[in-house]
Design a protein around this ligand. Structure first.
Ligand SMILES: [Zn+2]
Length: 74
C-alpha cells in the first residue's frame, strides 16, 4: 500500500472519530462522571484511534525506508 493510500485511510478514520465524538457528547450516559467508560461510542473511538496510530506508524516506516542511507563521512 502506498503512503497516499495510508494517508487517505487515516483521514477517513479521523473523520469517523470526529463524528463519533460529536455523538458521544450528546449521550446522556456521557454526562455522568466516568460515563464514557461505559459508553459504546467511546469504545469505538478508542478502537479507531488505535488504528490511526498503527497507520501513522506504517506511514513513518515507509517514509524512513524511502530516505536514502546516510553517507558515512570520515
Ligand atoms: Zn461517551
Amino acid at each position: 500500500m502506498s503512503i497516499d493510500n495510508l494517508e487517505e485511510e487515516r483521514d477517513s478514520l479521523l473523520d469517523e472519530i470526529e463524528s463519533l465524538e460529536e455523538k458521544c457528547d450528546t449521550l446522556p450516559i456521557c454526562e455522568e462522571d466516568d460515563g464514557c467508560e461505559k459508553c459504546e461510542t467511546y469504545k469505538k473511538i478508542e478502537d479507531l484511534s488505535t488504528k490511526v496510530e498503527e497507520i501513522e506508524n506504517k506511514i513513518e516506516n515507509k517514509i524512513e525506508s524511502l530516505m536514502p542511507e546516510p553517507e558515512v563521512e570520515d
